[in-house]
Design a protein around this ligand. Sequence first.
Ligand code: AGP
Length: 367
Amino acid sequence: KSAEKGGFEHFMLKEIYEQPKAVADTIHPRIKDGKIVIEELGLSDEDIRKISRIQMVACGSAYHVCAAAKYVLEKLSGIPVDIDLASEFRYRNPILSEHTLVVIVSQSGETADSLAALRESKKRGFPVLGIVNVVGSSIAREADSVFYTWAGPEISVATTKAYSTQLAAIYLIGILFGEVRECISREEADHYIQELLKLPEKIQRILDEKERIQWLANKFSHTKDVFFIGRGLDYAISMEGSLKLKEISYIHSEAYAAGELKHGTISLVENGVLVVGVATQQELFEKEISNLVEVKSRGASVLGLTSYGSYSMEDTADFTIYVPRTESCFATSLAVIPLQLLAYYISVARGLDVDKPRNLAKSVTVE
Ligand code: AGP
């Protein structure tokens, strides 16, 4: 078993370290002569221009990819995006308008609710695109078209590399749709592609600095309540950071849109609470900082997560983690890495079964 882990103590850490390669393997085959080509979508330029709405459906971390995708796809392609949890979508009699593209995101391709959402959409006559990791899985077989994420087998219950490759899939689709629909110019598309190609190396740079996260994890391993807050895409990352932490460390954690704090949650903030403030989105940075000032004044410890250059985070945060700069719509791919490592090392510090957390299965094939 230790040979399978390639010298790593757990599959989760091995898979965290496989992310630069997994993301590169997902991106590279879809770039030809400097342009994005995704033949497997089976969509002509004409088909892409006709799409009036994208309905994304998934569970768990794959749903968090959808949450990020709403921001990214709307920005890059100009197409309105609705997102839904598969367990809700399948029973709410969804109203799908003409020319809606349904996208189901799933690592395993076997999640019962996601598969049911796929069948429901097909029954109503809507084309379904699967973004799937496991080749030949049920969702891959039943979808009208499949975008495979080339993450390779993922063993750890807590997903890491599959999540990262799903995000890469969204970026590729966003740039492709955006250029075809003239929401972004050729030059802009080219700039995005160049930034995309730099992501694997930037992820590697974060991994090379893992000791600092390990140190922070040991410091906070006894914390009882953690809130992850962010705005825009940073809210989407917060959801994933929070899920990662709770599933393997059993620490109570929640993610909130930072602007929502005042509408209830802030009453829970007191001494001993840890607030992880994610702030990679430049245009929302000051707003996020003002939320962090509020929680700090109520006794919370603040761990800031931002990009190199945004050093004013240190005026407010007790501790700050920096990730390399990238296009703001790709920042999720970098900010998620320290959050995965934080969850991992906290779980290790607490002596828990990192790869097989209690009560959880790798894929939820029953309702
Ligand atoms: C993530 O760490 C979880 N283990 C879980 O939320 C997972 O993402 C969810 O069950 C969806 O699985 P799928 O991608 O295989 O459909």
